[in-house]
Design a binder for this molecule. Structure first.
Ligand code: GLN
Length: 198
């Protein structure tokens, strides 16, 4: 992989700095990590992270800034995306909530706050397809995927419900891989595909 890869972290709202740190660590070499708050930057990015936060706010800001169409074009061109938590909700094609205008990157319907208000957050060791050892997953007001289309690969489940999925170039997790020191999911989603293509 060449050193001049540019990775964009969508930074309109949410867990941005943790992802910037995780991307730098996962890259294992020099990459340019840019925070995206305006239109015009996504087209120059080789891969994107769509962080967690508040999905209604993120989707609204992506729309008003005109970044939504650029992200759709990025994924349609087959370029990697890692979407986490609220990012999974925004990247889905049905958030079951009219306040979220989805990007339709993943053929999946999600249930926002699926674990309910009874369980605000929890941690679990998950087996993830493509990783040799369990991943320590931190769930915070997490969604789950309740329905997936035929081309969606379920990478991990929790209590029989999908919590990590892949649809073409897009990998999405209901949990927060940026909150641990384990950058295997950033590598799997962002850097393995870029290296494979180089
Ligand atoms: N429940 C939040 C939402 O619906 C997502 C939580 C998160 O990203 N930690 O947007």
């Amino acid at each position: 992989m060449t050193a001049d890869r540019r990775i964009g972290v969508v930074a309109v709202q949410g867990n941005v700095s943790e992802h910037v740190t995780a991307v730098r660590r996962a890259a294992n070499e020099n990459v340019d990590v840019v925070e995206i708050r305006d239109a015009g930057i996504v087209p120059d990015c080789d891969a994107l992270v769509l962080p967690g936060g508040e999905s209604t706010t993120i989707s609204h800001l992506l729309d008003t800034q005109g970044i939504d169409e650029e992200i759709r074009a990025h994924a349609a061109a087959g370029k990697p995306v890692l979407a986490t938590c609220a990012g999974l909700i925004v990247a889905s094609n049905d958030a079951r909530d009219d306040r979220v205008e989805t990007l339709d990157l993943i053929d999946a319907a999600v249930d926002r706050n699926a674990f309910g208000r009874q369980v605000d957050s929890f941690e679990a060791g998950l087996d993830v397809a493509g990783l040799d050892d369990p991943f320590h997953a931190v769930f915070i007001r997490a969604p789950v995927v309740d329905e997936v289309g035929p081309d969606v690969e379920v990478l991990a489940t929790w209590e029989d419900r999908p919590v990590a999925v892949r649809d073409g170039p897009v990998v999405a997790t209901a949990f927060h891989p940026e909150l641990t020191d384990d950058d295997r999911l950033h590598r799997l989603a962002l850097f393995d595909p870029l290296r494979a293509e180089a």
